[in-house]
Design a protein around this ligand. Structure first.
Ligand SMILES: *Cc1c(COP(=O)(O)O)cnc(C)c1O
Length: 268
């Protein structure tokens, strides 16, 4: 594992575990011939579902927030190129996407279909992410204290925390503003997957940098300096450095930070 080098870290050490969390979340959701799911126009989850559909030979339908815009942006073009059928919901309807009424209307239109929630976070996704700590354990031979990850919908954190051995903890960094509700989501997802909630995790709410997909010149420079994706990964890493500097992570703490995605489109 590559080590993150940043002058703000002091004696806190941070190793980067690259892991495609969206693919991992899909693993135990596969097996249905037709999958419908939701996302914004730059959704990593839509791209991951489209790629999985092409690889494993199932049909995919992507319900995109907002109006159709042509030509497609690179993210939706990537999904469409892999065979995903794109359809659109205006923002008001999109907000209601997980209600029984909207789900019924989608089933009416698209027939027999597995519906995955936005971001792909369900109990099966949690079980997929729970396999990551064993890999970290093997690669570090147990030499870590905390696993950090970014938090969007909470499935990744729920799974990582569930898979950790006793004595280790998970720390998530919310990438959305006003994300106090996420702790309830992570708890719900663990309960759905395992029937109980672990107490080895927490969520930092102070490093959203203005909200989802928002950034600042400082965060942008930090992301470029470390060559990491900006919507999720840079916020987590910047948060880790900040906590190290202010004592929120004790001196000497050994952190494994999960680099959940790469910049898209890839930097040339
Ligand atoms: C979706 C995503 C996350 C957040 O995962 P959740 O399980 O939704 O919390 C983190 N990083 C990247 C790159 C993602 O695409």
């Amino acid at each position: 594992m590559e080590e993150l080098l940043d002058p703000g870290l002091g004696s806190v050490r941070v190793w980067l575990k690259r892991d495609d969390n969206k693919a991992r979340k899909l693993r135990y959701n596969l097996g249905h011939p037709r999958v419908l799911t939701f996302g914004g126009a730059y959704s990593n989850h839509l791209r991951a579902v489209a790629a999985a559909g092409l690889r494993h030979g199932f049909e995919t339908i992507g319900v995109v927030r907002g109006e159709e815009r042509l030509p497609l942006n690179p993210s939706l073009a990537y999904a469409a190129d892999r065979g995903m059928t794109l359809t659109y919901l205006d923002r008001a309807a999109y907000r209601l996407k997980h209600t029984p009424e909207v789900e019924a209307a989608l089933r009416e239109r698209w027939g027999e279909v597995l519906i995955l929630p936005e971001g792909g976070s369900n109990a099966a996704a949690v079980r997929g992410c729970a396999e990551l700590p064993a890999e970290i354990e093997a690669e570090t031979r147990g030499g870590y204290d905390v696993v950090c990850c970014p938090v969007g919908t909470g499935g990744t954190l729920a799974g990582i925390a569930a898979g950790l051995p006793t004595g280790r903890r998970a720390l998530g960094f919310a990438v959305l503003k006003g994300a106090g509700f996420l702790a309830g989501e992570v708890a719900r997802l663990q309960r759905e997957a395992y029937g109980r909630v672990r107490e080895n995790w927490s969520i930092d709410l102070d490093h959203h940098f203005g909200g989802y997909a928002r950034t600042t010149p400082e965060l942008r420079a930090f992301a470029a300096r470390h060559g990491v994706e900006e919507v999720y990964v840079a916020k987590m890493l910047r948060g880790v450095v900040d906590l190290a500097r202010r004592g929120g992570l004790a001196p000497g703490t050994r952190v494994v930070a999960v680099v959940t995605g790469e910049p898209f489109p890839p930097r040339s």
